[in-house]
Design a protein around this ligand. Structure first.
Ligand code: ADP
Length: 437
């Protein structure tokens, strides 16, 4: 790219300089021609004066010479005098373009190859009082001579220009490319890279994407490590208990106790696997899920019914209040969201506690509130409970069949539905989680 950019700059410069050169040559040539013309024109008029006063006075003509060819032509076209050739040898000049013109209009002008001198000449002829013509002429080469003096100067300027352009093109290219190269080199520390204004939005986007990628990679790494650890724990227990039974080290009395432990750990493993699969499904979701109109109040009521038994087992009451509110969403996901919130409200509760579900409309949207008067969440943990595998009290969560993934699933579902989550909780008093659609 650097080379390409440099090449482009140079090509454009070369073309510009070349065109300027050609144009200046044309203009210079025209100017020089004009100058020579003016010169011989004034010579011709001077010549006419001298001729009319003194006739063919070679001495006076001599004074005028200065490399100018002087020709005096009689009215009949015969050459009376020429300082560059022998007039006796010269043919009749009546048909010469400038002379014919001068005879007719008083003055004539031509640039052509001289038969007499076989050279390109500028001619200027003026009619004299006696009907003849005096003519001044100068070699075209004299014009080229002048031009020849200009050309080296022009070439010098061109070389200087090209050199200047090469330097400027190099500097500009470096200024454009260097920040881009810097961005590539310091991907991990883009804030320190100095870039020009036009590049800033690009760098900011790249920076954000890079941070997201890194964050995702770390999260995935953490998740994999956590999954491995979480799966290993119940499996190790199952394997340990089974081995003890296998080796006949458990007596009849305890065998049921061990079977219960194995059963409990296997159930835990299943729940874990289900939650992990569910999260992976949500993560891998390419397109938006199918949305339909859902009455949130109705959905909450049926989920509460579903959890009635679980609640009763924990000696917790569950109730639904509010009004019918219709939202657009994915039924399975909304059911899952309500289920997970209520399940937590029951599990992290105390015997005699209660769970209140409420659905209502506020200025900011439709609200689903799940409130309990359970153990509560200490303030320092409230921000983190939606993270995967995060638990306030690990042993308590495990004991109550928690996986640490329920609220991560809730958060994911809320995101898909453009809903916001709010936690209001106080330890020993209770927790209220609000989902605002
Ligand atoms: P788990 O499967 O452990 O319940 P969640 O993701 O559902 O995982 O919740 C994460 C943590 O948040 C829980 O371990 C628990 O400590 C805390 N938590 C969630 N809901 C409540 C609640 N209603 N009352 C008290 N603590 C809660």
């Amino acid at each position: 790219m650097k080379r390409k950019l440099n090449l482009h700059f140079m090509t454009v410069t070369a073309i510009a300089v070349f065109l300027t050169l050609i144009l200046s040559l044309f203009v210079s040539y025209d100017m020089v021609k004009e100058q020579v013309n003016e010169e011989i024109k004034s010579y011709a008029w001077l010549l006419k004066d001298v001729y009319e006063h003194e006739g063919i006075d070679t001495q006076s003509f001599e004074k005028l010479r200065d490399n100018v060819r002087i020709t005096v032509v009689a009215p009949d076209g015969s050459v009376l005098y020429d300082n560059f050739a022998d007039e006796k040898q010269m043919e009749n000049h009546a048909d010469r373009e400038e002379i014919a013109q001068a005879v007719e209009t008083g003055e004539g002008y031509a640039v052509r190859n001289s038969d007499t001198l076989s050279e390109n000449l500028f001619y200027y002829a003026v009619r004299t009082d006696d009907g003849g013509v005096v003519r001044a002429s100068k070699q075209a080469s004299s014009a080229f001579g002048l031009l020849q003096r200009i050309v080296p100067l022009l070439i010098g300027v061109v070389i200087l220009l090209i050199a200047l352009c090469v330097v400027i093109a190099g500097v500009i290219t470096r200024r454009i490319i260097a920040p881009i190269e810097d961005v590539g080199k310091h991907m991990d520390n883009l804030e320190t890279v100095e870039v020009y204004d036009e590049l800033r939005p690009f760098v900011e986007t790249i920076n954000k994407q890079h941070r997201d990628i890194m964050k995702n990679a770390t999260m995935r790494q953490d998740f994999t490590a956590n999954v491995t650890h979480e799966l290993k724990t119940p499996l190790t227990s199952i394997s340990g208990y089974a081995e003890l039974i296998e080796n006949g080290m458990v007596d009849e009395q305890n065998i049921v106790k061990f079977a219960v432990a194995i059963h409990k750990n296997a159930d835990r493993l299943l729940t874990l696997i289900n939650d992990i699969i569910r999260l992976s499904e949500l993560d891998g979701m390419q397109s938006a899920p199918e949305f339909e109109e859902i009455d949130l109040y109705q959905q909450a009521s049926s989920t509460a019914q579903l959890l009635e038994m679980t609640a009763r087992k924990q000696q917790v009451s569950i109730s639904v209040a509010g009004t019918s509110q219709v939202i657009r969403g994915n039924r399975q996901m909304i059911e899952e969201l309500i289920y997970n919130l209520c399940d937590n409200a029951i599990r992290y509760n105390r015997p005699g506690g209660m769970v209140e579900i409420e659905v209502y409309r506020e200025r900011r949207g439709v609200v689903l509130s799940v409130k309990d008067n359970g153990i509560g969440i200490p303030p320092e943990h409230q921000d983190r409970i939606f993270e995967r595998f995060y638990r306030v009290d690990k042993s308590r969560s495990k004991e109550r069949g928690g996986t640490g993934l329920g609220l991560a699933i809730v958060k994911h579902i809320a995101q898909v539905h453009n809903a916001s989550l709010e936690v209001i909780s106080q330890p020993e008093i209770g927790t209220q989680i609000l989902v605002v659609f």
